[in-house]
Design a protein around this ligand. Structure first.
Ligand code: PHE
Length: 446
């Protein structure tokens, strides 16, 4: 059986952007920013996307395209059959399953809000409404619905399913967010939100440096779909004519743009309609997006129609990310164990149905998985990829990144390899250590 590949030159970029742009930008980014000092977090996050995210994306692409396999097979073959590297690949597969187990719950919230927008069910009291649907049996139901939609697309395969689904949603998301941002930022009282988001707060950063660092690093990897094997898998369907460094930069730029834009919608609204981060509607936490935006729709003309459109588009964005999570273990079962795509999708869907339901029933578990656990797993996974590229592939990695690239990019090869070998893994290990200390309950110095 010949392996699938992307249908058009743009197919890969669109699918990778589709994976990157999702609830991470629109839901997790405002939540993390709100919890970590606003502007202080924003600055740290942007720096890490640029300095760690872009070279990290390139490393994942190099592994994927060189091996043309799922992460497990890729690390195993490229290391000429090392069992330990195979284990690192398996860790990425496991990470994807953990990711989907909470992502699908949030995807379920989005579907629920989509449905509720038709009647305006949450218009009266957005904060209380979110509190009434976030966890419990109905949350399980919507999680299962979201998971079923994800599985349906993945069964369709790379071209028919993933590529087609992502082509329509990107322009729609950007257009909607721009319109909402224009409205939100000009509301009376929006200035407080904008100042929280944009006025660089050096004092906060100094006092909470390590906490901001670990949250920003985790969020940077999460939003770029980095460290969980997605970008390795997507690049494995790629041909030699693509310039990997250029593609990586475009993907990071588009993705970060959408996240920053979402901030311009959520923060003004949090401060105008939800009473700030700690107000009666509790704008911070995982509900930040829902409480702020949903509250806003109650006040604008054509609020219901707009809300239906908004949550519909976000559901698309979430699906184009969740399919990229499910595709990793599915590709692994297909490549390595010769399982039929339908059987693989069904089996993994069944597994996530159970693990996701646990998250949907238990807020404490959800918060831990969606926050610290995912941060740590993605970080560890990316360290694995970087060490592999830097020390196992070495010069071959530079050759791979040069394939399809112009002289400008090629001249950066050695510097990139050096950073992939040394400074980037060390930095990430540092953030991992900070996470572990925080988990162990050690209070972090500033
Ligand atoms: N980047 C996606 C988002 O922002 C989430 C994701 C993480 C997808 C890791 C795949 C792998 O929503």
């Amino acid at each position: 059986m010949t392996r699938e590949s992307w249908h058009t030159r743009l197919g890969f970029i669109l699918a990778a952007v589709g994976s990157a742009v999702g609830l991470g930008n629109i839901w997790r980014f405002p939540w993390m920013t709100a919890e970590n000092g606003g502007s202080a977090f924003l600055v740290m996050y942007l720096a890490i996307v640029l300095l760690v995210g872009v070279p990290g994306l390139l490393a994942a692409f190099v592994i994927g395209r060189r091996a043309r396999l799922n992460p497990v097979g890729a690390l195993y073959r490229l290391s000429s059959g090392s069992r330990s590297w195979r284990g690192v690949g398996l860790f990425a597969v496991l990470t994807a399953v953990v990711l989907l187990s909470f992502y699908s719950v949030v995807g379920g919230w989005i579907l629920r809000y989509f449905v509720a927008s038709f009647t305006g069910a949450y218009f009266g009291s957005p904060g209380a409404y979110f509190g009434s649907i976030d966890y419990g049996v109905p949350a399980v139901g919507f999680h299962v619905l979201f998971l079923a939609l994800t599985a349906l697309i993945v069964v369709g395969g790379v071209r028919g399913g993933i590529e087609k689904a992502t082509k329509v949603m990107m322009p729609a998301i950007v257009a909607l967010l721009v319109a909402l941002a224009a409205w939100a930022t000009t509301r009376p009282g929006a200035a407080a939100g904008l100042s929280f988001y944009l006025d660089f707060d050096a004092a906060y950063l100094r006092a909470n440096f390590l906490d901001v660092l670990r949250a920003a690093a985790g969020q940077a990897l999460f939003t770029l779909s980095l460290g969980g094997g997605t970008m390795i898998t997507y690049a494995s369907y790629l041909d030699d004519d693509r310039n990997l460094a250029a593609d990586g930069s475009i993907i990071a730029l588009l993705n970060t743009g959408v996240g920053v834009l979402a901030g311009f919608v959520v923060f003004p609204l949090l401060f105008t309609t939800a009473g700030g981060l700690t107000g009666p509607a509790k704008g911070g936490g995982p509900g930040a997006l829902f409480v702020s935006i949903a509250g806003a729709f109650a006040q604008v003309p054509f609020g219901r129609a707009l809300a239906v459109l908004f949550f519909g588009v976000i559901a698309f964005a979430a699906l184009s990310s969740s399919i990229s999570m499910l595709e990793i273990p599915v590709a692994y079962l297909i490549d390595e164990h010769d399982v039929d795509r339908r059987v693989a999708t069904g089996t993994l869907g069944g597994l996530v149905l159970v693990t996701g339901s646990a998250n949907a029933l238990n807020p404490g578990l959800f918060g831990f998985v969606a926050g610290t656990l995912v941060n740590m797993m993605l970080t560890a996974g990316l360290v694995g990829s970087l060490v592999f590229v830097g020390w196992v592939l070495g010069k071959d990695a530079v050759a791979e990144m040069s394939t399809g690239a112009g002289p400008g990019v090629r001249s950066l090869g050695p510097a990139w390899l050096w950073s992939v070998r040394t400074i980037l893994p060390l930095f990430l290990l540092g953030t991992l250590a900070v996470n572990l200390l925080a988990l162990a309950g050690v209070s972090l110095p500033g």
